[in-house]
Design a binder for this molecule. Sequence first.
Ligand code: 5RP
Length: 224
Amino acid sequence: MTQDELKQAVAAAAIKEVTQAIEDGEIIGIGTGSTANCFIDLLAEFKHDIKGTVASSEASAERLKKHGIEVFDLNAVNDVAVYVDGADETNHRLELIKGGGAALTREKIVAAVAKQFVCIADESKLVDQLGGFPLPVEVLPMARSHVGRELVKLGGDPVYREGVVTDNGNIILDVYNFPIATPRKIEEKINNIVGVVTNGIFACRPADVLLLGTQNGVNRITPN
Ligand code: 5RP
């Protein structure tokens, strides 16, 4: 199977997982990226079974609306039953790196609200230690140089993502050569740098379930 076929397979598995788990009138959180897009396209068929969605990016909101799926403002809903999103990397504890699509802050907010976080990914995303993928950090524009210097002090090589402005009007620094041995600690440490909005480590709120697309089918993994 190609990587695209694996993404389709995990999206289909997520539809099964979500439609079995949710009750009438519940809200689904929707992630961002090519794997999340596969999920959105399949969700269209089940739009009458859900109350609606909240989206983690303008791009996903637009795609959902094109399918006629209702998109609510997060502040207008009390609960999000389940959040479905891809990842750039996941370890075996289902701690993630996200933000390849620059949507990390809204993704982290929706994940924080959701009762359950289902991560969908192809097998290339599973790693023993996070940090092979450069870590995205969303930063207020005026703090770019300051945050960059602080990230160098932590041992990383931050690179400004040229031409990218997040949905929140901020910039992204991608941190290269930065193996993450203690994800939770590093997540908290980087978030403590003044000017950082958030970073792409999802360890304080990891995924609850990983649907991993492999050549032998979709594996349902929970943290070990
Ligand atoms: C966007 C993300 C995506 O979930 C991540 O980049 C994975 O994307 P894809 O499904 O296209 O591989 O965090 O900010």
